[in-house]
Design a binder for this molecule. Structure first.
Ligand code: ATP
Ligand code: MG
Length: 343
């Protein structure tokens, strides 16, 4: 079995403890991965004076794949989001967040199976804000033809590869005729021109939100611009048990960074109560990605065994507190490890 090298950024807040839990599970499952540890965010600021040190960026560029814990973004002035900076630096324009019902995790819905595709580099995350005149501030929403087209193509290609049936765009093109209009038209065009076999629909985002909480099964793949993707990701997390169970991947042309949808959750950091599952699921996505890109099929098997093990643990009621259980972060990892089948 080949050894794969992956950059590991533990992050801050609950980052280090959920990272430890995930590493333990991956090791127990026999994933042949050599981790190259680097820092980002507050931990990096403390040791190197920079939130994104050059050696971290170089390592990601060199190895192409990273598993990343959450990095705190302070609200307000003087500190721009590390997550956003990373996505921009490597032009990781496609964020993918699968949202699925889990065995043993009871929620309002039983068979949620959605994939959120979020455009990761444009929209209101352009970070262009200014004071027009005292008392009047402005934030710029950016959409480019290139940005809208490439995410539309990415989404339809992804849906085709994964044998999904339908893509729905949430938008507010009735108000933001130019920006959301461009996003919407690009998706429509890509569907008509290149992917007529994938069904395409759109919904105004407010009505879409209502329909999502009434009956999520009417949607399949959701394609969203940056800010809508951020908000809808958390909403959809709520459909399946919360932020502790939604993983994510950020893809560019060359690099890929895998991270949970949730943030650093400072309120529960250092208490061994955070759910490591979202990061573990992100690691499983990473194993599948590595298998695909390196043609090392043994990783598919490792990924499947981890998935089976956490499904079984959840089914048996072995859960962290956010899911109504009573296990700590490390104890949940052990419950998963106990269930990993060895060939
Ligand atoms: P960000 O700005 O980085 O997105 P946020 O303010 O949205 O951060 P999160 O850290 O994502 O906040 O989480 C919101 C709350 O959800 C946390 O305060 C915590 O109580 C809960 N939470 C998030 N992740 C987890 C987890 N892995 N396990 C348990 N609870 C979690
Ligand atoms: Mg958040």
């Amino acid at each position: 079995m080949a050894v794969h090298t992956v950059v590991l950024i533990p992050g801050d807040g609950i980052g280090p403890e959920i990272t430890d839990a995930v590493l333990a599970v991956l090791e127990a499952a026999g994933a042949q991965i050599e981790w190259v540890r680097h820092q980002a965010g507050i931990t990096a600021l403390e040791t190197s004076g920079e939130v994104l040190p050059a050696d971290t960026l170089e390592a990601i560029e060199h190895h192409g794949v990273a598993l990343k814990g959450p990095c705190t973004t302070p609200v307000g002035e003087g500190f721009s989001s590390v997550n956003v900076q990373l996505r921009k630096t490597f032009d990781l324009y496609a964020a993918v967040r699968p949202v699925r019902s889990l065995p043993g995790v009871k929620t309002r819905y039983e068979d949620v199976d959605l994939i959120i595709i979020r455009e990761n580099t444009e929209g209101l995350y352009s970070g262009v804000e200014n004071e027009v005149t005292p008392g009047v501030v402005m934030s710029m929403k950016v959409a480019t033809e290139n940005g809208c087209e490439r995410i539309a193509k990415w989404a339809f290609r992804f849906a085709t590869q994964r044998q999904r049936e339908k893509i729905t765009v949430f938008h507010k093109a009735n108000i933001m005729k130019m920006t959301d209009g461009l996003f919407l038209r690009s998706a429509e065009y890509t569907h008509r021109h290149d992917y007529p076999n994938i069904e395409y629909t759109s919904a105004i985002i407010d009505a879409g939100c209502m329909r999502l909480v009434q009956d999520p099964s009417q949607f399949d793949v959701l394609l969203l611009e940056n800010l809508y993707g951020d908000v809808i990701s958390d909403l959809c997390a709520g459909l399946v048990g919360g932020l502790g169970v939604v993983p994510g991947a950020n893809y560019g042309e060359k690099e890929a960074i895998f991270e949970a949808v949730h943030g650093s959750a400072p309120d529960i950091a250092g208490k061994n109560i955070a759910n490591p599952l979202a990061l573990l699921m992100s690691a499983v996505m990473m194993l599948n990605y590595l298998a695909e890109t390196t043609e090392d099929n043994s990783l598919l098997d490792v990924a499947a065994r981890i998935r089976e093990a956490y499904d079984e643990a959840l089914q048996a009621g072995e859960k962290t507190r956010d899911l109504g259980g009573n296990l700590g972060t490390a104890e949940f990892a052990q419950a998963v490890i106990k269930r990993i089948k060895h060939n």
